[in-house]
Write a protein that binds this ligand. Sequence first.
Ligand SMILES: [Zn+2]
Length: 420
Amino acid sequence: MRIIIHRGADEIGASCVEVAYGTTRILLDAGTSLDGSVTVFPDDINDYSAVIISHGHQDHYGLLESLPESVELYMGDVAWGFLQSLRIFTGQPPLAERSRICLKAERPFKIGEIVVMPYLVDHSAPEAFGFLLSAGGRTIYYSGDFRAHGRKAKTFDYLCDRLPREMDAVLLEGTLINRGNSHFSDESKVEEGIIDAIGKEEGLVCLSCSAQNIDRMVTAFRAAKRSGRVLALDIYSAWILRVAQKLSKNIPDIRWDGIRVLSHNKVALGQYRKIKQNSGFFGDFVRELYHSDNELWEKDIVDSPSRYLLKLSDFGLAHILQKLRKPSTVIYSQWSGYLDHDSSAYNEPAGALKALAGERFYEIHTSGHATKEDLERFVSQILPKTVIPVHTNHKHMFGALFSQTIVLDDGEVFDLAATT
Ligand SMILES: [Zn+2]
């Protein structure tokens, strides 16, 4: 088997890894960069048999827009739903429906001569997979993005039990290899932190987080409920929870008590228009939004701010805070890099929220990625012959942790047949 990291050998983002055997060539992930630099498929993309997407984050699927129909696409159904939803709500046309093969955990499939086994992993995107690939008596595992401190933390030990020992190579993500996780070591600590912050506030509590981080949305619902508040969502967040219902009926939904949707006034209008323009995609959802049990006006929040934990876009939250004109708490539950003025990832609406909240601004977050200790735990259990860093800004730090590390550059061919 051959491995080529087309992109992502020395970068967090733009993930694109080729695994090939004989004439079968597969791309694992097809992501765009997080720093805005241009990313493209290899020139000979038409010669590949398939693209397999590990999970629904743009740095793993962002190139799909230009994937030729002749190349098979393997992807989770919910990841595809999130991709299409994000495109619609950000004003991009949805991708043309194309033939897709739906990934299911531990349902192996064969592409040419390569057998692929998907394993469910714990990540900040739901329905995230790692892949075990076998051909010609060789075995490779591609970790995708994973961790051991989210709501599916148990999948970490399960995976370690299931994976073969002493396989030929592991392509291992190293997002956190050079830094610790936040002060909140796991999702349950985030829940407690949010409850503490709500407990200190007699007015409105705003929550800034990714709606597609379903673990965090579950945390938001639980924290609101345990604090005696209603979770108020924007239309986009409510829709994303509906898409995620395919994974589990335990994921909160607008049909549940304790959830309302801000479906009127300025914040809602732009999102409502997107739904009207793509009514076939959303089905009956719009009727549910405007059911009296679900709907909410901006005035409801302004009149009774202490009733709500409000989760909107940063832009939407800033609008409500300006309208309310009362001291309010903002819980920032995302990567702190978006708040760093000196970073290319700086997010202006998030910075504005921080300024509006002043002393009542709390950062409460846990990472979507494995800690250095968990990476060590993973490797020490499955004992791969080779560890190849991916999805990291610090690939040269792997060698100090794993003596079997082989560091690749983007585009370099690593041939397992040449190793013993
Ligand atoms: Zn990810």
